[in-house]
Ligand binder design. Structure first.
Ligand SMILES: C[S@@+](CC[C@H](N)C(=O)[O-])C[C@H]1O[C@@H](n2cnc3c(N)ncnc32)[C@H](O)[C@@H]1O
Length: 322
């Protein structure tokens, strides 16, 4: 039997009854509350209002994926492109109040496209210590007739102080070795011979080319217009947190940060003002229990794009060995 694209479409959608059920799970903060009441929840509210009700000094990782400086519709609301100075003011308006929530050892990541990136750097580097700028390749991108196709985004990495956690061993990348070099005894040098190819475990750089933007046949896909890949969040969460640490995402969108935090055994809080997106996040959190895998991350390592068959082979070998 032939499988049609419709049958292979795995986009997560919500029915009316599900919306009614999931709405019951959302949290609205009207006064200050104990952390214990809101860990693991999705707060459905403007983030400035929500942040004002949150306690001091509890966040280990703050992940920020705000609207970029371009015209974009987010279901019931939209963002309108503005000047560099206005976008800076927009960033300052919510970033400053969020600093109070951070532990002295916390890390902060802020996403941006090429147009928003300079403003993010200028604003955040006055408030935090800048550590790096990651650039990641978005495979998807619209071709342009009079400009270069826009196929990359930035993620700025900041910390509150010099005392911060970074686990490089948790985010190593498994790359195919094109020219397998052997030592004079004929043994592989810095790579391993494996079923399905020769691979090397490399230190991750600030240029990420192994990500796939969610699309219709991926189980994590939703109709949110700017959904981040789970694999991207997994790198950040594994590098910058320890198990049980607290991750906060005040621009939660379809819930990617909360879902990945849950899959990796971290605690989380998400804030999103659009109710439909909050419900999508809740549905993804439910699905995470049944589908704990993160595409592109298996066996404790990140794999290059298009290595699914090698990953499966490695996993079955690993299972047979244990
Ligand atoms: C770029 S998207 C985040 C996408 C998300 N990282 C994901 O993987 O789905 C930004 C989100 O922030 C939400 N948002 C914008 N302004 C907000 C505000 N003031 N308070 C809460 N949510 C806001 C939008 O509705 C949108 O879903």
């Amino acid at each position: 039997m032939q499988i049609t694209p419709k049958q292979r479409n795995r986009t997560i959608v919500l029915g009316e009854a599900e919306l009614v059920r999931l709405r019951q799970k959302l949290v609205y903060l009207h006064s200050t509350t104990d952390l214990a009441n809101i860990l693991g929840t999705t707060i459905c509210q403007d983030n400035l209002d929500a942040v004002a009700q949150l306690p001091d000094c509890f966040v280990d990782l703050l992940f920020l994926d705000p609207p970029y400086n371009l015209d974009k519709v987010f279901n019931q609301s939209s963002f309108k492109q503005t000047t560099f100075e206005n976008y800076k003011r927009y960033l300052q308006q919510w970033l400053k109040p969020m600093l109070r929530l951070l532990k002295p050892t916390a890390s902060v990541y802020i996403c941006a496209d090429w147009r928003s990136s300079p403003a993010v750097f200028v604003v955040a580097s006055e408030l935090l210590l800048v550590r790096n700028r990651i650039t990641w390749e978005r495979e998807k991108g619209r071709g342009a007739k009079t400009n270069w196709k826009n196929c990359s985004e930035d993620i700025w990495f900041f910390t509150v102080s010099e005392d911060y956690f970074f686990n490089v061993d948790a985010v190593k990348l498994k790359r195919k070795v094109l020219a397998p070099y052997k030592d004079n005894k004929g043994n592989p040098k810095d790579w391993e011979l494996a079923d399905g190819g020769n691979f090397r475990l490399t230190h991750p750089s600030n240029l990420w080319t192994d990500l796939t933007v969610p699309f219709w046949s991926m189980p994590e896909n939703t109709n949110h217009p700017t959904q981040k890949p789970e694999k991207l969040l997994a790198k950040i969460i594994l590098a910058s947190t320890q198990p049980n640490d607290i991750v906060l995402d005040p621009f939660l969108g379809s819930g990617t940060t909360s879902v990945v935090a849950k899959k990796l055994g971290r605690q989380f809080i998400g804030v999103e003002r659009d109710e439909l997106y909050c419900c999508l996040a809740e549905k993804r959190l439910e699905l995470a229990k049944k589908q704990p895998a993160i595409q592109g991350y298996s066996d404790g390592v990140f794999w290059e794009r298009n290595t699914l068959s090698s990953q499966k082979r490695a996993n079955s070998l690993h299972k047979n060995e244990t």
